[in-house]
Design a protein around this ligand. Structure first.
Ligand code: SF4
Length: 116
């Protein structure tokens, strides 16, 4: 049996999942889905920052558009850390298309104007 905290919402239920994928301790269906997925195909949305030139700040927040496999996070961070953007950028701009062939794009999490 594996014990974990469900991160599907801020309540943070302590749940248990057996080898047969029977989940207990969850307060809703999302917790059951999270427990099964965490044991069979764990994924995460990745958030980070990248360098930006020509803006008031020198880094801008970015994130994956959706979950990627948890075991690819380290490799993805290596790719994300190489990105340098030029201002201006708009929230939702694609920073990396099809990150490591996951089918998931990395996008900016906010807009940033060009500094004068
Ligand atoms: S089981 Fe449901 S209520 Fe509990 S943390 Fe997960 S999503 Fe939230």
């Amino acid at each position: 049996m594996v014990e974990m905290i469900c991160i599907a919402c801020p309540v943070g239920c302590h749940i248990s999942v057996t080898e047969d994928l029977i989940v207990s301790g969850h307060k809703c269906l999302r917790g059951e889905e999270y427990g099964v997925k965490e044991l069979t195909n764990p994924t995460r949305i990745v958030t980070s920052t990248v360098k930006i030139h020509g803006a008031d700040k020198n880094r801008i927040p970015v994130r994956t558009e959706s979950d990627i496999p948890k075991d690819l996070i380290f490799k993805c961070m290596e790719v994300i850390n190489k990105v340098v953007l030029e201002a201006p950028v708009t929230m939702g701009d694609i920073v990396i298309e099809n990150l490591l062939d996951t089918g998931v794009n990395v996008i900016t999490s906010r807009s940033m104007k060009k500094s004068i």
